[in-house]
Design a protein around this ligand. Structure first.
Ligand code: SF4
Length: 347
């Protein structure tokens, strides 16, 4: 049984003043915490990194001038309510606005948790038609909300509609269920995806802290990976949750060991009401530099920002090129990860 009110929550956790004074905002996500995730929270620690991700505080009610409810300008790039076409070769289809549990740092809070429910058959068919006419679109993110809130049957129909229009489309299944409610992932669900595998699926997870990788969540992801659906993880860099090289090193190593490739580490988007979670860029870059020393290439996520006003994704790694000292010979002065220098010549 999920927790949906502060009153219910207060039976499990001693709520702080900041938590008690949270007010649901017009641009904000509802309170909903799954039983599974609640069981992972340390009730004795008011700063528990898992608690911070799901228990709202009054800080969410503060909006900064630099923030916006849609910093990625998704609305400007939308075709209908559900299809976002921001990049030339891929689209996002917002299958639903509902999630089994709501993250306080959610970047799509303009849409998520408005209780509109799943995309209608007509919306799905219109999106499929859009894709049919545009072969340059190679990938679709099936996202939301969390698309796995749809029943297996609804998903079967939705994916069947897309597959009929575009059997060659790569589909990324973007879900936090392995973290929030891993029991949702069943053999039956995975078999349903496999029935539509005329083109690959990828599972995109969001583990932000090593304690979220429980035996249940590892089992859930394994069902996909064993069926030939690769898993990649997109973490968000969050203040008081994982803004620490030791925690992220541990997370990335555990992900890799469990066949989940650390893919992205996102700088927090400039979304209204999420300022409490944002890590200063300088600190983020220090962490990235430290992780690069400690992790293998396979274990290292790309630290990126999705720039405001729909500016797109950019990598935020340090600059290792110091200068090009000899333009004729094309020799470059480059910094090593340890801070020494080397010359790399073109010929
Ligand atoms: S699961 Fe994703 S869409 Fe849902 S609240 Fe969390 S970040 Fe937002």
């Amino acid at each position: 049984m999920a927790i949906t009110t502060l009153e219910q929550l207060s039976k499990y956790l001693d709520l702080t003043e900041e938590e008690k004074s949270w007010k649901p905002a017009s641009v904000g996500v509802p309170l909903c915490i799954t039983e599974h995730y609640l069981s992972l929270i340390d009730p004795k620690d008011p700063s528990d990194p898992l608690r911070r991700q799901v228990v709202p505080t009054c800080r969410e009610n503060e909006n900064l001038q630099s923030e916006s409810k849609d910093p990625l300008a998704e609305v400007d790039h939308s075709h209908g309510e559900r299809l976002v076409h921001r990049y030339m070769n891929r689209v996002a289809f917002l299958a639903t606005d509902i999630c089994p549990m709501y993250c306080r740092h959610c970047f799509r809070r303009r849409f998520t948790g408005n209780m509109m429910g799943s995309a209608s058959r007509q919306e799905t068919e219109e999106a499929a038609l859009y894709l049919k006419d545009r072969p340059q679109i190679r990938e679709m993110l099936l996202t939301g909300g969390d698309p796995l809130t749809l029943s297996d049957m609804q998903l079967d129909e939705m994916i069947g509609t897309f597959r009929k229009a575009r059997p060659d489309l790569i589909i990324r299944i973007c879900t936090r269920y392995p973290v929030s409610q891993p029991s949702r992932i069943t053999d039956r669900l995975v078999a349903m995806f496999k029935r539509h595998d005329s083109a690959p699926f990828y599972l995109m997870t969001q583990f932000n802290h090593p304690r979220e990788l429980t035996p249940e969540s590892i089992r859930a992801v394994s069902l996909f990976v064993d069926a030939g659906i690769p898993a990649l993880n997109q973490s968000v860099l969050l203040r008081g949750v994982n803004d620490d090289a030791d925690i992220l090193e541990d997370l990335c190593n555990k992900l890799l060991f469990n066949r989940i490739k650390p893919y992205y580490l996102f700088q927090g988007d400039m979304v209204s009401g999420t300022g409490d979670f944002r890590v200063p860029l300088r600190r983020g870059m220090e962490i990235e530099k430290e992780l690069r020393l400690r992790l293998s290439g396979l274990g290292m996520p790309n630290y990126v920002a999705d720039l405001p006003q729909g500016g797109g994704k950019v990598p935020l790694c340090g600059n290792y090129i110091i200068e090009e000292p000899d333009k004729e010979k094309g020799s470059w002065l480059i910094r090593t990860p340890e801070g020494e220098t080397r010359i790399l010549a073109d010929s």
